[in-house]
Design a protein around this ligand. Structure first.
Ligand code: BGC
Length: 388
């Protein structure tokens, strides 16, 4: 909006709230050490937030994208971040919101977080491009944003904490390269690729990593890519519809299903069950969810990728604490950066993913990614050689 100052925007944000709420928010903000101006000479109520680039900040906004497409967000990311941030930065509180799969809701939640006085934002973007506005709004208030798990395409991002996501896709692709012969008995191995959401930068990286391994096999004619779709919002039921369409179009002659995560693998397996092909098709996944590990032990899913969320959450807490304490993050990022499409190099912490199949499910359990009792719940005794 031309001619509208940051103060005007802040005032507009406040005045769109009911009177009582405005009064309480203004008084809370005016008490904050991070405020530089409250009220104005002519009696008008203008409010300027100076987040001081997060230095001294103890109110941390954590914004997660949704809960439906992977058990990780509510089952691991939320509790670990809520535990690790206050444990690492004494006196810190976490202001948590979840966008429920809607990028516009996430924008509103980010605006509300700034208005409430959150002064460092940790954002797992619902939409990696749209969330650039969250970063811009925060920057106007001198508030740093850490992109959590999913890169935000903004050159103003302060940090990025995630896994090596191209490597995630490579592990999935490599598993197919190493094991397709167990599923392709003769002829060309017909391969379906169910990718994640195109608005999530990670989904693009996973597909890129997988293609880097699979494309040479497609080119040489060992495998054939008969169907590939990005799945809007990583929607699990949509993945089932995609798999059903691929099966129908190929008269059920599919031997490989590259599936980007365990949530979608679950519904892809449901599609395979309908035509009695579960266990006969190589299915990949990611996240080492309890359901994914059970599918592996039951022989319906071949592999998953374990990303130890506790490492990701702790790395985020370490960055938050360093920003707040005004200390160096050099020993946390070790010089690593990630390029945005706009050409910026964002200081990054990227943890290492691990490939999991029926031979090493215990790796996830030993690392605390799942408990043996959850994984073995409802499975016959002796399943996978690990269930009591
Ligand atoms: C995460 C995955 C998750 C997917 C769907 C991605 O950004 O990295 O772990 O399965 O989103 O929620």
């Amino acid at each position: 909006m031309k001619g509208v100052t940051q103060e005007d925007k802040k005032a507009m944000k406040l005045f769109s709230l009911p009177g009582k709420k405005i009064a309480s928010i203004v008084s809370v903000l005016c008490l904050s050490a991070l405020m530089v101006a409250c009220g104005s000479a002519n009696g008008g109520s203008t409010t300027t937030i100076n987040g001081n680039n997060g230095v001294g900040c103890k109110k941390i906004g954590v914004l997660l994208p949704e809960t439906a497409t992977s058990a990780r967000w509510d089952g691991q990311d939320r509790p670990y971040l809520q535990r690790d941030i206050p444990a690492t930065l004494s006196g810190a509180t976490v202001d948590y919101t979840n966008a429920g799969g809607d990028a516009d809701v996430q924008q509103t939640q980010a605006d509300a977080a700034l208005t409430k006085g959150d002064c460092i934002l940790v954002v797992a973007a619902q939409d990696s491009v749209k969330a650039a506005r969250i970063v811009a709004d925060a920057k106007a208030d001198h508030i740093p944003v850490i992109a959590y798990d999913r890169l935000i395409q903004s050159n103003d991002l302060a940090y990025y904490v995630s896994f090596d996501n191209v490597q995630v896709g490579k592990l999935q692709g490599q598993y197919i390269a190493d094991h397709y012969k167990d599923f392709v008995k003769s002829g060309v191995g017909k391969t379906v690729m169910i990718d994640g959401s195109k608005t999530d930068n990670n989904a693009i990286l996973f597909a890129q990593g997988a293609h880097s391994v699979l494309d040479p096999l497609f080119t040489s004619g060992v495998l054939k890519n008969v169907y590939e779709q990005y799945t809007p919002n990583w929607d699990n039921p949509t993945a089932q519809t995609e798999m059903e369409a691929a099966l129908t179009a190929n008269a059920n002659t599919i031997q490989i299903a590259y599936v980007a995560n365990d949530g979608m693998a679950q519904t892809v397996i449901a599609a395979l069950k309908q035509v009695r092909l579960n266990g006969k098709v190589l299915v990949t996944g990611q996240d080492a969810t309890v359901a994914g590990l059970q599918n592996i032990l039951l022989g319906n899913q071949s592999m998953t990728v374990f990303k130890d969320i506790s490492l990701e959450a702790q790395a985020t807490a370490n960055i938050v604490a360093a920003i707040s304490n005004g200390s160096s993050t050099a020993n946390l990022t070790n010089g690593a950066t990630t390029a945005t499409t706009g050409g910026a190099k964002i200081p990054s912490v990227l943890e290492t993913p691990q490939s999991i199949d029926k031979t090493n499910v215990m790796t996830v359990i030993t690392a605390g990614g799942a408990t043996l009792s959850d994984v073995c719940q409802g499975l016959p005794s002796g399943t996978g050689g690990i269930c009591p």
